[in-house]
Design a protein. Structure first.
Length: 68
């Protein structure tokens, strides 16, 4: 028999959205850098540098939701 209590999720929806958008942006930046003629290592560095910048930016603009 299942318990009626639900366990809290590992991450909040806000955290998931912020991380997902940041990783996608990093992939886009890395891909565009590679297509522009740079080598793979420079493209990876550009993409990886974009992820924490995206997290910081999105964290500042996406407000936490009101819990009910």
């Amino acid at each position: 028999m299942r318990s009626s209590r639900t366990r809290p999720g590992l991450m909040t929806l806000r955290t998931t959205v912020i991380l997902t958008i940041s990783v996608v942006a990093g992939g886009v930046v890395g891909g565009l850098t590679y297509v522009s003629g740079e080598n793979v290592s420079k493209s990876l560095l550009a993409g990886l540098a974009t992820v924490p910048a995206g997290v910081a930016f999105l964290h500042s603009i996406i407000q936490p939701g009101q819990s009910q």
